[in-house]
Write a protein that binds this ligand. Structure first.
Ligand code: ATP
Ligand code: MG
Length: 139
């Protein structure tokens, strides 16, 4: 299978607890290549635009507030089957339901504060990679 790219985010709950290095280490061990990485704080408008598919959901306002509450690490990851493999490494959305050894099971503390984000399909990966890394040369 050809290499694929996905957009990952280490969310503010994880960065704020000093877990970015440990999560990056597990990304490395998982066989992903980091194509681009940026650490910064999102504005609320940027977080709302990023999660716009969820704008009708009851948790949308809290999600945008949470995602702009502190620094995030934004990553473009590359691997064979990267989209599915990164979601597998993250685990289920709710850390209480995430499989043992997944990032969310290890580090997530609630269904909102679940430490990482990952694109869920080729179309969303293309949108999300463009949302944060457009106009930049990705090697
Ligand atoms: P992500 O898109 O961040 O990778 P996901 O695809 O597993 O997560 P989505 O359904 O896309 O889950 O939800 C996006 C994010 O919204 C979740 O990761 C979580 O932070 C938050 N969220 C989802 N469901 C709830 C909920 N019921 N209550 C509070 N927050 C939620
Ligand atoms: Mg999602």
């Amino acid at each position: 299978m050809a290499k694929e790219r996905t957009l990952a985010i280490i969310k503010p709950d994880a960065v704020g607890r000093g877990l970015a290095g440990e999560i990056l280490s597990q990304i490395h061990k998982g066989g992903f290549e980091i194509i681009a990485v940026e650490t910064r704080r999102l504005s609320k408008a940027e977080a709302e635009g990023f999660y716009a598919v969820h704008r009708e959901r009851p948790f949308f306002a809290d999600l945008a507030t949470f995602m702009s509450s502190g620094k995030v690490v934004i990553l473009a990851l590359e691997a064979e089957n990267a989209i599915a493999r990164w979601r597998e490494l993250m685990g289920a959305t709710d850390p209480a339901k995430a499989a043992p050894g997944t990032l969310r099971q290890q580090f997530g503390t609630s269904i909102q504060n679940n430490c990482t984000h990952g694109s869920d399909a080729p179309e969303t990966a293309a949108f999300e990679l463009g949302y944060f890394f457009s106009g930049r040369q990705l090697l």
